[in-house]
Design a protein around this ligand. Sequence first.
Ligand SMILES: NC(=O)c1ccc[n+]([C@@H]2O[C@H](COP(=O)([O-])OP(=O)(O)OC[C@H]3O[C@@H](n4cnc5c(N)ncnc54)[C@H](OP(=O)(O)O)[C@@H]3O)[C@@H](O)[C@H]2O)c1
Length: 318
Amino acid sequence: MHKNKRIYIAGSGGMVGSSIRRELESRGCRSLQTPASSELDLIDQRAVRAFFSEKKPEIVILAAAKVGGILANDTHRAEFLYNNLMIEANVIHEAQGAGVEKLIFLGSSCIYPRNAVQPITEEALLTGVLESTNEPYAIAKIAGVKLCESYFRQYGANFYSVMPTNLYGRNDNFDLDTSHVIPALIRKFHTAKIENRANVTVWGTGKPLREFLYVDDLANAIAFLVENVDARDIYGDGVSHVNIGVGKDIEIGELASLIAQIVGFDGHIVFDTSKPDGTPRKLLDTSRMSRMGWTHTTSLAEGLRKTYDWFLSANPVS
Ligand SMILES: NC(=O)c1ccc[n+]([C@@H]2O[C@H](COP(=O)([O-])OP(=O)(O)OC[C@H]3O[C@@H](n4cnc5c(N)ncnc54)[C@H](OP(=O)(O)O)[C@@H]3O)[C@@H](O)[C@H]2O)c1
């Protein structure tokens, strides 16, 4: 590992960034740069320029973003577009100006068209219409991918992007108003268990298929890429980014049963079919990452157990 390099993790306070920080620390990296958003607002171009000029990071992992579930994405559309565009433009541009040796930008699988052929290959980018609920977020992420690619093509910058599938794990957001499906279900089943409720309602039919990656596996993948893969490997393969996932999906209903079992809720799961299902299936083709030599190691059941343990330790009385 690049133990002596100055590595800047943008978004190190978030679920993904904190996991990357733990992974790099465990590999002996001693020069990690991890300012909180209160110390460095990445929307502020001058502040970002001053940071790069003063701290001179050699490697940058861009895991800072305005992130949220469907409701937050749909109701704060301007913020999702503006904040993410500004964060990416500022960090990627200043990294180039400061001569950063390698930058990895984290996108999201929502960059792919709503009706992309499954499993979704990297080549599906910009081949169709996006899901409307998170279109502003997706557009900003696509801009980040294209920034990295364009800085590589124009300046030879060693910058590229990764597209993780849905993530979950320690430090996830368990607020029911803004959370993703796994933390939402953990909280719902946990609350129902301690309040002795007979039923838990899950939105939709339970039939949609989704893929989930444990966040520490993603952090392991990022460390692998930092060490082994350069921009020319990605672009030379004819794509602008690489998918990271588990290559396997699960029905939401089955996921709900698994979480209920792990949490210890033994009541009924009721599906509220008046609520939308969203896209029927979303599975990434992860064969490119496998060919490069990386695969995930944490099973869904094991990852969910670890996540619930963390939730309990963070919420001892709830
Ligand atoms: N969660 C998923 O399922 C998932 C899936 C695929 C890809 N990703 C990608 O992974 C990355 C990280 O996601 P996450 O789940 O870790 O999100 P998160 O927990 O919300 O973390 C986001 C981080 O970005 C920071 N940030 C936001 N605005 C900032 C600003 N203006 N200046 C400085 N820092 C700012 C946040 O700091 P504060 O908390 O202090 O504001 C936080 O540390 C994102 O790019 C996301 O698109 C996530």
